[in-house]
Design a protein around this ligand. Structure first.
Ligand code: GLA
Ligand code: ZN
Length: 684
């Protein structure tokens, strides 16, 4: 079993910034950490200014002390490289390190993640700092992981980036004719004669805002810029990675990600992180399935390893419009939810509240009162005790999903840059609609990218697969021919890698699905059509495809308007498998029913059915009761979590031991969970 780093229990701690405090406070921190059962700290996240006060001066004295203090106190360390904010002297001396934004405004010193990813100066000094840290601290056994930069983000439109973009394009397309072809630049006479004619697509060129969104007149160049920008930032990460690896042979290295973060294609990043980690900051009313979907995305980046919950707030954020407190028990429940989906850590931002700047009102393990006599500190301590008791049991264990949802950044960018058919098309929310139907039935699911193999799955759902990249149709075709069930939706199969239309929709998926789409009706907000499915009327919203079946069986037909009676839901037999097409956006009841039908046909069941003996479709979905399972070599861990405000019951499917209470449980036993209750049941 693969553990993400050297640890013998679920790592518990988080971002700790003692450099912002006088040393007297440090001893008190150590005392309180011990009390709360904290065993890991992420150090050195924002210290570049202190570590390199001028171009040729490095000063590690304070960091030496901090690392010594933490090591001596038995804390494990996740050591950050501090490169998310460059020092002020660098911006003054080398303005090229500063970013330019999409409006063409050259930035000045300030903020964070404000360094141009293609600045040679930034690249040189960030990699150098990472190397110096690795050389100095690499052999310290307390350091269990390295943490490069912090939440890489954004984009840059400066001269460095423009030059680098041309080089990137030359490498990708070889000739300017190929570029012109890929971008269909003859449209509006934007034909380029030379690579030097190409400028970054910004608000000075092809971009503008409309309907509250960033739009472009040329999707081809904008899409390539997105790929280039994500890769440019990844290259900064990789330079630091290599600099660390020179001195540190095998301590794992990561960077903290942000779930569904639009500018960075984490699937392309995944091969370069030794384990995936992310920062989870759900809104106060965010449904549990929504949070779970982000965990699945991160879990899917490294399918055969657990991940790391690098940050969450113990109590409150500062950056939402209304920063509602996590209620008693919420932090514990959300921590276990991460573990239930494959995290081997529970970590916080931050250990002690700062007294200044924009995060001074962000929750922390130790708040401004500095007291251990607070609700939050008591809850943290209680969870710390529990995690100590759990020990290493769940570490390295993994889910074994038979279902997968495909998510792809190129596709996301393509969909959101598309002018038409509707601004209401929301890729992430459409994923969630399908995911939630699986989630509510406790069916394990991976979120995967287009480069992942489909071999291990029986069901693959690719909502709004607008862009079918080169070869991906073959992958799907193989999968279905070999007996898999495949589901896709409206606005799928339109374009290839460069956003050029294939022909009749759904393009290369036409044979697999046994249909073609003649027209699509975009309905404004509030307008609906409807269709029948399984004898019931279901809503049809946002986009209504008018489908011409070519061999597919029709499962649903419209009920209104000039296309009343036309097909909207179809199912095609292809090889040994089935391919479903859902030609509209519908309501929760439809997704519940469809997923029930497809998974039943395929023999995919939930990890546990909370209602023993339930036969057939039931509207009773046990909302808010989450059940997942992780498998180790010889044991299974079933997580049952009640996110709802009301009691929820589940009938246990096997004998086991509930690890948090130590209770022995019998198969068939009815378990009742109150709001926020968590059970972790070990079975052999
Ligand atoms: C992010 C960052 C932290 C901090 C928190 C505040 O996750 O990584 O440095 O800014 O947000 O929520
Ligand atoms: Zn730049």
């Amino acid at each position: 079993m693969k553990r993400i780093f050297d640890h013998n229990k679920i790592a518990y701690g988080g971002d700790y910034n003692p450099e912002q405090w006088p040393e007297e406070v440090w001893q008190e921190d150590m005392r309180m950490f011990k009390k709360a059962h904290i065993d890991i700290v992420t150090l050195n996240v924002f210290s570049w200014a202190a570590l390199q006060p001028s171009e040729n001066v490095y000063d590690f004295e304070k960091l030496d002390k901090i690392i010594k203090l933490c090591s001596e106190n038995g804390l494990k360390i996740c050591l950050a490289t501090s490169t998310a904010t460059h020092p002020a002297w660098m911006a003054r001396k080398y303005p090229e390190v500063l970013r330019t934004d999409i409006q063409g405004r050259k930035h000045k010193f300030g903020g964070r993640e404000n360094s141009c990813p293609n600045s040679p100066v930034f690249r040189k000094y960030s990699a150098r700092l990472a190397g110096k840290l690795a050389e100095r601290y690499g052999s310290n056994p307390s350091i269990v992981a390295w943490h490069i930069s912090n939440e890489y983000s954004g984009e840059c439109y400066c001269e460095n980036c423009e030059k680098a973009f041309r080089v990137w394009l030359k490498d990708r397309y070889k000739t300017i004719d190929e570029v012109n072809r890929a971008w269909d630049s003859a449209f509006w006479g934007h034909t380029f004669y030379d690579f030097d004619d190409i400028v970054l697509p910004s608000e000075l060129t092809e971009h503008f805002s409309m309907y509250g969104r960033e739009r472009t007149t040329f999707q081809g160049i904008s899409l390539d810029y997105r790929r280039f920008n994500s890769e440019s930032i990844l290259n900064c990460y990789r330079l630091e990675y290599d600099a660390i690896r020179k001195y540190v042979p095998d301590t794992p290295i990561t960077t903290n990600m942000m779930g569904f973060y639009y500018p960075l294609d984490y699937h392309k990043w995944a091969p370069f992180v030794d384990f995936a980690s992310w920062d989870s900051y759900p809104g106060p009313d965010e449904p549990d399935g929504h949070i779970a979907l982000s965990h699945e995305l991160i879990k899917g980046l490294k399918r055969d390893k657990p991940f790391c919950l690098m940050e969450q707030t113990p109590s409150v954020t500062n950056w939402h419009a209304y920063n509602k407190l996590k209620r008693p028990g919420d932090m514990r429940r959300l921590s276990y939810q991460a573990v239930a989906h494959g995290s081997d850590t529970v970590m916080f931002f931050q250990m002690r509240r700062s007294i200044g700047a924009c995060e001074k009102y962000h929750g922390a393990v130790i708040d401004h009162a500095g007291s251990e006599d607070t609700r939050v500190f008591r809850e943290i301590t209680a969870l710390g005790e529990e995690l100590d008791r759990l020990g290493d049991r769940t570490l390295g264990s993994l889910a074994k999903p038979k279902a997968a949802i495909v998510f792809d950044w190129d596709n996301w960018w393509g969909i959101s840059y598309s002018a038409g058919p509707s601004i209401l098309i929301d890729y992430h929310e459409e994923l969630y609609r399908y995911y939630n139907a699986l989630h509510k039935r406790h069916i394990a699911c991976d979120v995967i990218g287009t480069s992942d193999s489909l071999d291990r799955y029986d069901l693959v759902i690719a909502p709004i697969l607008y862009m079918v990249k080169d070869g991906y149709d073959e992958k799907i075709s193989e999968f279905v021919k070999n007996g898999g069930s495949f589901v896709t939706t409206y606005f799928s199969g339109y374009v290839g890698d460069s956003d050029l239309v294939y022909g009749a929709y759904p393009g290369k998926l036409r044979d697999i699905l046994g249909i073609w789409v003649e027209e699509s009706d975009a309905l404004p907000e509030g307008e609906e059509n409807s269709f029948t499915y399984d004898g019931k009327s279901m809503p049809a919203k946002v986009l209504c495809d008018i489908i011409r079946p070519e061999g597919a069986e029709v499962l649903g037909r419209y009920e209104k308007d000039f296309y009343s009676g036309e097909a909207v839901i179809t199912k095609n037999s292809f090889g040994e498998g089935k391919a479903y097409y859902v030609g509209t956006e519908s309501g929760e009841g439809f997704y519940d029913r469809l997923i029930y039908d497809i998974t039943k046909e395929k023999g995919i069941s939930g990890v546990m059915d909370p209602a023993e003996g339930r036969d057939g479709f039931s509207e009773e979905m046990f909302d808010g009761l989450e059940i997942t399972r992780r498998f180790s070599e010889d044991k299974e861990y079933t997580f049952i979590i009640n996110h709802s405000k009301d009691d929820r019951s589940a009938v246990l499917d096997k004998d086991g031991t509930e690890l948090l209470s130590g209770r022995s449980l019998k198969k068939g036993e009815k378990l009742t969970l109150k709001h926020n209750d968590v059970m972790i049941i070990e079975t052999i």
